[in-house]
Design a protein around this ligand. Sequence first.
Ligand code: GTP
Ligand code: ZN
Length: 378
Amino acid sequence: MSSSNINRTYLKVDRACAELRRGGAVVVRLPSGEAAIFKAVEIAHDNDIVELKTMAGSGTLLVLTANRMSSLGHSIGQNKPCATLSSAAHSAARAFEMALGQPATDGPQSSYTIIPEKAGSLADNTTRLLRVAKLIPAAFMARLRFRDIAMQDRWALENNLLIIEARDVDHYNEDAAASLRETTRAKVPLALAEDAEIIMFRAAAGGEEHFAVLIGDPLGRDAGKDKPPLVRLHSQCVTGDVLGSLKCDCGDQLKAALGLMARESNGILIYLAQEGRDIGMLNKMRAYALQDGGLDTVDANHMLGFDTDERSFLPAANILQTLGISKMRLITNNPDKIAQIAAHGFEISERISLDIDENPFNADYLKTKKTRTGHLID
Ligand SMILES: Nc1nc2c(ncn2[C@@H]2O[C@H](COP(=O)(O)OP(=O)(O)OP(=O)(O)O)[C@@H](O)[C@H]2O)c(=O)[nH]1
Ligand SMILES: [Zn+2]
C-alpha cells in the first residue's frame, strides 16, 4: 500500500474515533456492501436508539463482546467475538446497565434475542473501533437496508456521516505502529540513572506518543561492548508509576529496571502509552472499581467487555528497530511480551526476571498474574 493510501485510511479512523467519543454516529462497511450505523452505548441517549433506527431503516441492536456476554452468564460459542442483542424495549439506561453494570440476578438479558456474530462481522468491527477510541466496546447498531455502495456514499454525505471500511479497521493498529517517528531527543538526568536521554516518538496515526529512555550507551557507540542492551518494555501505569499505588507492581518494576540499567550503563526502557494494558486510565479505574467489589484483574477487564490484555507490542518493536536494536536482554516476567518480541524477529539472548516484594494490597494481583496470565513469577 502506498504511503498516501495509508494516510487517508488512518485519518478516517482517527476522525471516526473522535466522532464516537463525542457521542456521534459512524458507519462501518464490509466489502460485500453490508453496512451499519452505530454509536457508543456509554455515551448514548434514548433518542439515539430511535434516530439510528430511523436513519438505517432497521431495528437498533445492542452489540456486546463475548467477554461481556460471558460475564452476564452467556456463552455465545467458540470463535464468536461478540453478539447482537435485539429487544422490543431498548432504553439507553438499560443497555448501559447491560454493557457496564454488574449482572442483575434476575437476568435482564432474558428479554433479548441473542445472535452470536463472527469475527469480521459488522458488529465485530463496531467493537474494534470503540476499543481504538478507548471506549467500552458496546455499541448501538442498526444495519442499513440498502447495499448499493454509491447510494450509501451519497446518503452518508447528505447526513454528514463517515464511512469506515472494515479493511481500514483491520490495518489500523499496524498503520499506527508503522507511522511512529522519532520527534525529538534530550538528555534528562534521572535520580536512578544520571546518564539518561529521552527520545520521543509520535505516531502520525492516532497521535500516540511513546518514548525510549536510553541509559548509558546502549546503542553501542562504545566500541567493544560485549553484552546486548538490557531492554524493558514498560506499559504506562499512572497510578503505580506516578502516584506510587500499592495495588500493582508497576512503579517498583520501573525503578528496579532503571536501577539494573544504570548499573551497567547499557539499557533502553521503552515507555509505552498503553495505560491499563491499553484500555485507558478511565477504563482501568472502572476495572479497579469492580476489583473493589471482589473481581480479579482478569475478570474485571472481561466484565467491561475487554480482553484480558489489549496490548500489542508492535509499537515497541518498531521503536527498537528504529533504534537499530536486534538483540537484547529483556527484563520481563510476561511470556506474551517475550513471544511477541521474538515473533517480530528480535533475538532475546536472556530474560531477566523482575520480582517485586508483595504487600497486602498487591498480593492478589501478583497471584492472578501468576495463575491466570502465566507471568513467570517465583
Ligand atoms: N486493566 C488493568 N490494567 C492494569 C491493572 N493493573 C495494572 N495494569 C496495567 O498493566 C500494565 C502493566 O502490566 P503488567 O501485567 O503488570 O506487566 P507486564 O508488562 O505484562 O509484564 P512484566 O514485563 O513482567 O512487568 C500497565 O499498563 C498497568 O497500567 C488492572 O488491574 N487492570
Ligand atoms: Zn500498575
